[in-house]
Design a protein around this ligand. Sequence first.
Ligand SMILES: [Zn+2]
Length: 426
Amino acid sequence: MSRATQAGRLPADPMRPVLDGRDVCLDPPATAQVWLGTGLGFSDVAVPGVRLARGDALVAVESAVLGPDDRRAVAFRGGVTPPVVLGSSAVGRVVEADDHARAHDGRRLRPGMRVVWSCTVSCGRCVSCHRGMTSACASVERYGHERTRRSWQLSGAFASHVHLRRGTTVVVVADDVPAAVSASVAGTSATAAEVLHRASSILAVGGVPSLVDQVVVVSGAGAAGLVATAMATDAGARVVVVDPGEARRERAHAFGAVAVADPSASTGSHTLSRVLASVDRSGRHRTVGLAFDGGAAASALVDHVAVGGVVVLGSVVVPGSAASGTGSPAGGRTVSGGRAVAGGRDVVVAGGRLAEGLVTLTGAHDAAPERLASAVAWSSEAWRRWPLESLVGGTIPLDEVGEAFAAGGAGADADDGLIGVGPAAR
Ligand SMILES: [Zn+2]
């Protein structure tokens, strides 16, 4: 009303942009933990208001998740530009929304709706977006990664509120799903869903993506690997989990793994080949390998899949290992184009294996909007069947984020577990 009145009095200025949006004042102000880029120094910043542009929304964070992505950001500045509000995976409630803000299912976003959102903001117009590869959008921006700026101060989830921009996939979540489950969907479950989707699409029989009766090898029993194990099991697959940690292997059983293998074992019953032989004697069903360990085991997975199999590298990047690809590949049959890089770690495969074995080696980074939606749908039911809540080990108050980074270690060997980050203690 007042805006319209004021606009009527002002002389028309063709150079003046027409601002379509609304100012939202926050009292008390929103707060954000800003990482300054030096050591583990975080600064508590108050944000008294935001301007929502067309299609934007403001959400109050119910719970965020501190995961491997955030630890890598702090340890290696991987993809982030300080000063930055970290945190890319969370659940919250809409506080205010522009009239044009929509959920993925088309519903208009309204105050009170409980939502999760994609890790990325994409334009929806570039070539990559038109091909459905929103994470490769020409102008992609990521929650928890971008340098804080006046027009987007609440850009990460380690804050009381997050400013969701147009181009973000927003999915409505039911109230009864535990916060720990919903908060980890964007960063963990959606990635697992994307990796599985890549595999099942390539295996599609008669055009129908399916994992029914397939043997899926999951390498890396971190949160994403365990969720992928549960998802694949629900999809009718038998899952074998490979991880060097005995406790992590044991845990995989609770997420549906029918068998586990130790990648460091060269003999005995724990070797992957022995385990696979016990699960699938014919060898014809070992069609899928999923690598969530930064590519360390991808070469082995390529060797173990059956004819026509597919190996997908998840987006878990292991920086600092760029020099690790110097070992000569087994068989030494690396051909031009036979090397792929996963976060600096080389994956060496024999070209003949791909050609003669009809093996597909591919990767996935972030999740397409449909996969975020399917991951929300899956987790909304699956948390009752699988211990998804246990993947988040405790919750800390927002203002203790710096200490959590210090305690969790940093670097390639850091704990890859998830920690909940709640609003500041009141
Ligand atoms: Zn785009």
